[in-house]
Write a protein that binds this ligand. Structure first.
Ligand code: FUB
Ligand code: ZN
Length: 670
């Protein structure tokens, strides 16, 4: 009897311990961070007032809502293109829920309830929810198996739909405290957990996200089975025997699905970039929650691979259109860059989690680069036009029809717009993080935030004009004097590092130093893992001023990226610039940017919702067809933030600019 009690105690002890494992650093919830800045608040507002309503309207007009209505009636014909079209509704509900959390809106909430009502009726009695089958199980289309889950590994997206449902349900529950969507999700998750697992069905989900979704449900319910199933799905990768390991084709060898080897043996980012980003995010979650070091080591290596060899200079990933996937190491073509917006979003999710695991600012450097450049380029300033792919260059003469040169209101496969709907309102959640008495300031966005440190309420007021200016101010207002480490991220770009690797470098080093003052007095500081650590007993109205030197920097690429050799990109602060036709005499492909060109910068409040422009004089290669000669002509040059391109019509754009003429190609014909 005594022995049993002892064993039980150990067991309970271990269980408790295991439950306590988690990220040691926690993000400060987005609802605690109230923005009042000029850059993000208008974007969140336009998401609320334009993007969310436009997205719901498209879900209705394209038949996505009708699919649920028909599934509820168990009759009709699936009327959109892809079996994963259900997720556009889930993602829009998720974005709307984030919005409701900070901006209550009874009408929007009632609309969500009406959709949730239909979703509930579309759910089968055992929890299965997938309109492409439920409408008419005898006519499911080629992507969907005749029986449930049969084609999950390849194309059906049954678990992908489930994952987005869980993400939406978690957001909706946390925002509204209503359980109507959560109950649908839990019923579905219980079904999934009863079907898949050790001794049950095993499959590597064809498109990851169910793993992240299950983790969110685990966090809400504490139900261990959800976490176990998420881990099971991660561990299911790399065991399918039907691939041809010798094939170079990512569909044949399984790498398209990150399924060619077990995750713990993977060390290179491979396959479909959105799938990969969601997988790596889930691996981080599961590693944090289980303490599984082998998973952690795998994503550490994969992260290193992406940042040293597979990321574009503006933070985008997924170079290849064929398979929407990562290219080989250093395969980062400009003319055909794919760079799906969803992949940039996945990169943000992943890097946030890497930071929460390691507390190193390099992950936020990558997050910031992606967020301010290759991610928000995906949405037009009107809030209702989108890029699915994010081009690196548009050249009229060598027109490549695969490159999107103007944004669209929606797509037949509309994953990117609805993914933006949910990402944008969550941005305040990336600003601060906390670990006991360490407060991390990661993003520089003006606003007032409420934290609890050492059991005391601490208000932090950020004031700045970021990303246009590097003067940052933080006013710390603790309810009573509180000692803690205020850790301010000193971005890599302010310390001569264009990216935390040698993939891109600043052409010249700057000797400007980051100055920090507390209450007007310059202070010494130590840097730990990329953060200036400011320790003191903080009292009301203490002011920290940080001066990040913002200069125009020329960025050069690693020699291994052959086509960027001899070219430079322009960066100022976190922003990567591009030349667009509108500001440059209708062409950018003939620009030569001399290496000694000096830049001036100007803030233009009325241009593209307020941007900094970079100006200098350049040489342009011009053809004088009358005299049959080619000449270089000195011209003024203007660069705008890359994210803002394609808001003034269609034409040439370039991020990488030649410093010298290497060759001239004659275009034959008329
Ligand atoms: O497969 C679902 C989504 O559609 C993917 O994440 C996108 O890349 C697009 O293929
Ligand atoms: Zn997408």
């Amino acid at each position: 009897m005594k022995t049993i009690a002892f064993i039980l105690m150990i067991f309970v002890g271990l269980t408790t311990n295991a439950q306590q494992k988690d990220y040691s650093i926690k993000a400060v919830d987005f609802t605690k961070v109230k923005l009042n800045d000029h850059f993000w608040l208008p974007r969140i507002e336009i998401n609320r007032t334009v993007t969310i309503p436009a997205s719901f309207a498209r879900c209705e007009s394209t038949g996505r809502v009708n699919n649920f209505v028909m599934a509820a009636a168990r009759k009709g014909k699936f009327c959109t293109h892809y079996p994963f079209d259900d997720t556009d509704i889930y993602k829009t509900i998720e974005g709307a829920s984030f919005s409701l959390a900070t901006h209550p809106d009874a009408k929007l909430q009632a609309y969500l309830d009406s959709l949730i009502n239909i979703i509930a009726k579309a759910q089968e009695s055992d929890g299965y929810l997938y309109t492409a089958r439920t409408i008419d199980p005898n006519n499911v289309g080629s992507w969907v198996g005749k029986v449930r889950w049969e084609k999950e590994r390849e194309l059906s997206h049954e678990l992908y739909n489930a994952g987005h449902l869980y993400e939406a349900a978690a957001a909706h529950y946390l925002a509204t405290k209503k359980t109507n969507l959560l109950n649908i999700a839990l019923k579905n998750a219980d079904l999934v957990c009863s079907v898949f697992g050790p001794g049950k069905k095993s499959v590597a989900p064809g498109h990851e996200i169910v793993e992240m979704g299950l983790v969110k449900l685990y966090r809400i319910t504490g139900k261990k089975e959800y976490l176990n199933t998420a881990k099971f799905f991660i561990e299911a990768r790399g065991h399918y025997k039907g691939y041809d390991a010798k094939s170079d084709d990512s569909w044949q060898n399984g790498s398209y699905w990150q399924d060619d080897k077990p995750v713990v043996l993977q060390d290179e980012a491979e396959g479909h970039a959105v799938r990969a980003g969601y997988l790596y995010s889930a691996v981080a979650d599961v590693a944090a929650l289980t303490g599984d070091d082998s998973l952690l080591r795998a994503i550490d290596k994969i992260w290193e691979n992406v940042v040293t060899q597979k990321m574009y200079v503006q933070g985008s990933i997924g170079a290849k259109g064929d398979g929407e996937r990562f290219g080989k190491n250093y395969e980062l073509p400009n003319a055909t860059a794919y760079n799906e917006t969803c992949a940039a979003i996945a990169n943000v999710f992943w890097n946030e989690r890497m930071f929460l695991l390691h507390g190193d600012s390099k992950y936020i450097d990558v997050l910031e680069k992606t967020l301010y450049n290759g991610l928000i380029s995906g949405i037009g300033l009107d809030g209702k036009s989108f890029f699915y792919t994010n081009a690196m260059q548009v050249t009229n003469h060598f027109n490549n029809n695969d490159v999107e040169a103007s944004r669209s209101g929606w797509f037949e496969c509309s994953c990117c717009p609805t993914n933006l709907v949910r990402l944008i309102p969550s941005v305040p959640g990336y600003v601060y993080a906390q670990q006991d008495n360490n407060v991390y300031a990661n993003l520089f966005i003006s606003g007032t935030s409420e934290l609890v440190v050492e059991k005391n309420n601490v208000e932090i007021v950020q004031q700045n004009n970021y990303p246009w200016n590097g003067d940052l101010s933080f006013t710390i207002n603790p309810s009573k004097t509180t000692e803690f480490n205020f850790k301010v991220r000193i971005p890599g770009w302010a310390q001569n590092a264009a990216i935390p690797s040698d993939l891109y470098q600043f052409k010249n080093n700057s000797d400007k130093k980051v100055i920090i003052k507390i209450n007007g007095q310059q202070t010494d500081y130590t840097i730990e893992k990329g953060y200036a650590v400011l320790n003191r007993k903080w009292k009301k109205a203490d002011v920290v001023e940080v001066d990040l030197p913002m200069e125009v920097r020329r960025v050069i690429a690693n020699k291994m990226i052959a086509e960027d050799n001899g070219k430079v990109a322009l960066q100022m602060g976190p922003i990567i610039y591009c030349a667009e036709w509108v500001d440059n005499d209708k062409r950018t492909s003939n620009i030569i940017l001399p290496s000694n060109a000096d830049f001036t910068t100007e803030y233009k409040p009325d241009l593209l919702n307020g941007i900094n422009v970079l100006k200098t004089n350049i040489e342009k290669v011009e053809v004088d067809s009358v005299n049959n000669k080619i000449e270089t002509v000195s011209k003024p040059f203007v660069a705008i933030p890359y994210y803002a391109w394609a808001n003034r019509g269609k034409g040439e754009m370039a991020i990488w600019l030649n410093e010298k003429i290497k060759d001239v190609e004659l275009i034959t014909g008329n």
